[in-house]
Write a protein that binds this ligand. Structure first.
Ligand SMILES: [Zn+2]
Length: 345
């Protein structure tokens, strides 16, 4: 049996609080999941791009862009099909007296770099890192993320703090998104998963109204949808914990599943919480030591059983049931889970 101990990418302060799918620095397999690769004939409309998952390679070459001018006179670039769907959404909303326009959509990696450089010059590197998405890791690179603004009583409303004062208008907009294949991307209270606070204006095109509707009806983030989609038949056992709610353990499981997604050819069978007894000072110190002495205050250990690839095996012994594979997560006060170590210890 192969013994593996991989240490997850040491994150910067920026992504410490995230529970979204991470980019594995040292995973036992090398091939990324096919869903995160731009397809030869075009782009994958279900690609996940967030602070931990970069724009798939070849994306900008495959992207077809429509360029339009908004009511403020600015040029806005949008992925072609996303723009067509947006126009239908906009028309439909106008029938209800809701007027929207496009503030910004597609931004190239080079443009994002310029924003980062300008912010760094003006406000300092720390502030820029906290406020601006890292070039390559913004959903706006996909051309499928659209920032809307409002027109209320003939007046354009585009400042964030002003837009947020019209929840009743956003509610009407959000209610129609799925019909045209869009989702609201950054849900309220899901910052630990998406990496962003609530943004009622940022919508994402998925090119599939049925999927958009499923995500909306379940009230989940796109990260959770992607993690769940990859393993529809996994059984879960969160046991009895006096430390964590089932919801908190589900958040830990999302991290595990995201990382597991990089284990090419492996099939996840079950995932279970190992128990409160692993939340010890000794384990905390061990995990802190693995992650630059991060200020962790709690530990969760997850166990999984999975099957190694039937043929070949890659880094694994082929066609073998792997039992009790360990996943160690920790979190800082008030923050989301961080996957710190996994493997047989
Ligand atoms: Zn946005």
């Amino acid at each position: 049996m192969k013994r593996l101990l991989a240490i997850v990418t040491v994150c910067t302060a920026l992504c410490v609080a995230l529970a979204g799918c991470g980019v594995a620095a040292t995973s036992p397999s090398s091939s990324p999941s096919s869903s995160s690769t731009a397809q030869a004939q075009g782009i994958d409309y279900l690609a996940l791009v967030n602070k931990l998952n970069p724009l798939p390679q070849g994306w900008e070459e495959a992207l077809q862009i429509t360029e339009v001018k908004n009511s403020l006179g600015s040029d806005v670039k949008v992925e072609k099909k996303a723009y067509e769907a947006y126009q239908k959404l906009k028309e439909d909303l106008e029938k209800e007296g809701v007027k929207v326009d496009l503030d910004s959509a597609y931004r190239s990696v080079a443009e994002q770099q310029k924003i980062m450089d300008d912010f760094t010059k003006e406000k300092g590197a720390d502030y820029a890192k906290k406020t601006v998405a890292t070039p390559g890791y913004s959903e706006h690179h996909t051309g499928l993320a659209l920032d809307l603004y409002l027109n209320i009583d003939g007046k354009d409303v585009y400042e964030n703090d002003e837009m947020i004062r019209h929840p009743e208008v956003w509610e009407k907009i959000h209610a129609k998104l799925a019909d045209y294949g869009f989702i609201l991307r950054y849900l309220e209270g899901a910052e630990h998963i998406t990496g962003y606070g609530y943004e009622p204006w940022h919508i994402r095109y998925l090119d599939d109204p049925a999927i958009a509707k499923e995500i909306k009806d379940k009230g989940i983030t796109f990260e959770e949808y992607k993690a769940g989609k990859t393993y529809p038949t996994v059984s879960y056992d969160y046991g009895q914990s006096n430390l964590y709610t089932t919801e908190e353990l589900e958040q830990a499981a999302i991290q595990v599943k995201c990382e597991f997604a990089t284990f090419a050819g492996c099939e996840l069978h079950n995932l279970r919480y190992a128990g409160d007894e692993y939340n010890t000072k000794e384990n905390l110190d061990w995990l802190k030591g693995l992650d630059n002495n991060a200020n962790y205050v709690q530990v969760a250990k997850i166990l999984t059983d999975f099957h190694s690839p039937v043929e070949g095996g890659g880094a694994w012994e082929a066609d073998k049931e792997m039992k009790d594979y360990e996943w160690w997560l920790a979190r800082e006060e008030g923050k989301g889970w961080q996957l710190v170590s996994f493997g047989y210890n």
